[in-house]
Design a protein around this ligand. Structure first.
Ligand SMILES: [Fe+2]
Ligand SMILES: [Fe+2]
Length: 475
């Protein structure tokens, strides 16, 4: 791969061409990335021309540049939001000091770990979604899937840039390892549980982009507060792209609901079997998917009490969501927070030092944000005159991490015996039959402007293009 002009090939605003060491490191990594994309990226997509948004600069006109490109030729760029003059650390024990332009020796290991954990999720989701292109419900949706995929690829580049630029040989090794772990692999799985789950169908994809990409938003927001300025600036730019991923999820589920409600009205029935016979997804199944994706995602925030979370905050590595808008002392040494514990088989709230509960603080902020979109989904049902309402399960439901992992809790927050759980779990989480049914609806629709029977068309096309625009050219 020698002879590539990286300053042209990789759009960037970090003056790549002036840093020979960094350039060499990326020259070494790039072919491995492209090999990973070919092996683990979107299946059978190499020849398609896809109407994609490519970031070519960070200003508003530059990061939304649209054209048809083949995905392996997508220009994965490296962008940081412009530096803030004299930026100061605004929380933790270094508050008031100048933000760091390099990784301080004493925090290197923790910063690297944070960057690697975030970086690992980016290629993981591409791997999870790699088969979905074969069953896209429309060209519009296929294009959105690929947009999400190339941007997750760019997010990997963003983290790899930090590893290469600031973490020397260790960073380069970690960057290589990001391409070696694989979602769901027995020997070298991805770091976080939700990123080893399958995304087997499009309903799962919309739920994933709604719930799990939103976890991404909250993690990125917390990192955008970091005292390590390059990390703050990188994640700030990633957030502009993340918004589109959540849009894909929210509008996707919305369109599924709209179509189901339409069929329910036509058939004048609430019977799931009748609704399924009409080839659309019944609402209880959608609720079970929601329960699954929500509960798996809230686990991503980690243990409810964590000394690592306290350390990351106190040392300035990771802030809270909207740290700058909060009016407390930003040190939190004397603050407390209420977390759930299990006592005598019951859920109880207990006060614990807030510093130790910062994972829970971020999780609760996330839950609030998630609920807002679910309320918007319910508006779709309400408008259609359907009585069913989707609900967000209790945060103790189906947990695998933290204090709550040891107990069984119903979606409405009641602690259950193992027998009670087993007797009801099929009504709360997707069953193999549910998944098989949803899978049976997944067929590929590729004609411009046509949509699969189980989903309504979107209200608008992408970049003000018509809905029947040729978003993909199959070659
Ligand atoms: Fe991402
Ligand atoms: Fe994302």
């Amino acid at each position: 791969m020698s002879g590539i002009n990286y300053s042209e090939k990789i759009p960037n605003n970090v003056n790549l061409s002036s840093d020979r060491t960094l350039q060499r490191a990326l020259e070494h990594w790039q072919p491995n990335y492209l090999k990973w994309w070919a092996d683990m990226g979107p299946e059978s997509s190499q020849n398609m021309d896809v109407y994609l948004r490519t970031a070519v600069s960070v200003d508003p006109s530059g990061w939304a540049h649209f054209e048809h490109v083949k995905m392996p030729d997508y220009r994965w760029g490296i962008f940081l939001t412009p530096p803030e003059q004299d930026r100061k650390i605004h929380f933790g024990e270094h508050m008031g000091e100048a933000a760091w332009q390099d990784a301080p020796g004493e925090y290197r290991a923790n910063l690297r770990r944070i960057i690697v954990t975030q970086g690992d999720t980016e290629p993981a989701s591409v791997e999870q979604q790699r088969h979905l292109g074969l069953t896209a419900p429309s060209q519009y949706d296929l294009r959105n899937l690929f947009q999400v995929n190339v941007e997750e690829g760019r997010h990997l580049w963003a983290m790899v840039y930090l590893l290469h630029r600031y973490f020397g040989r260790d960073g380069r090794e970690e960057a290589d390892a990001l391409l070696q772990r694989n979602s769901g692999s027995e020997d070298s799985p991805r770091i976080l549980g939700a990123f080893n789950e399958k995304t087997p169908d499009w309903l799962a994809f919309y739920m994933f982009t709604y719930f799990t990409d939103r976890d991404g938003k909250f993690q990125l927001c917390a990192l955008a507060e970091s005292a390590f300025d390059p990390l703050a600036r990188t994640t700030k730019f990633m957030l502009t792209e993340e918004a589109h991923h959540m849009f894909v999820g929210e509008s996707g589920v919305s369109r599924v609901l709209q179509r189901t409600a339409q069929v329910m009205n036509e058939l004048k029935t609430e019977d799931p079997a009748a609704i399924r016979r009409a080839g659309v997804i019944d609402l209880p199944t959608i609720q079970r998917y929601l329960n699954f994706h929500f509960s798996v995602t809230v686990d991503l925030f980690g243990a409810d009490q964590s000394s690592n979370a306290a350390t990351f905050y106190t040392t300035g590595l990771k802030g809270r969501y909207e740290e700058g808008k909060r009016t407390d002392d930003h040190v939190l040494k004397s603050d407390t927070y209420r977390v759930l514990e299990v006592k005598n088989g019951q859920l109880n709230e207990v006060e614990v030092p807030m510093l130790n509960a910062l994972n829970e603080v971020l999780r609760d902020d996330y839950i609030k944000d998630s609920m807002a979109g679910v309320a918007r989904w319910n508006k779709v049902l309400e408008k259609a005159g359907v009585d069913f309402r989707l609900t967000v399960p209790h945060k103790a439901f189906n947990r695998k991490i933290g204090t709550l992992s040891g107990i069984r809790v119903s979606p409405d927050g009641h602690v259950l015996t193992e027998e009670q759980w087993n007797a009801n779990v099929d009504t709360w989480l997707p069953t193999p039959e549910d998944r098989a049914f949803v899978a049976s609806l997944m067929g590929r629709v590729v004609e411009p402007g046509k949509f699969a029977n189980w989903i309504a068309p979107p209200v608008m096309g992408i970049n003000r293009q018509p809905i029947d625009f040729e978003y993909i050219r199959f070659n």
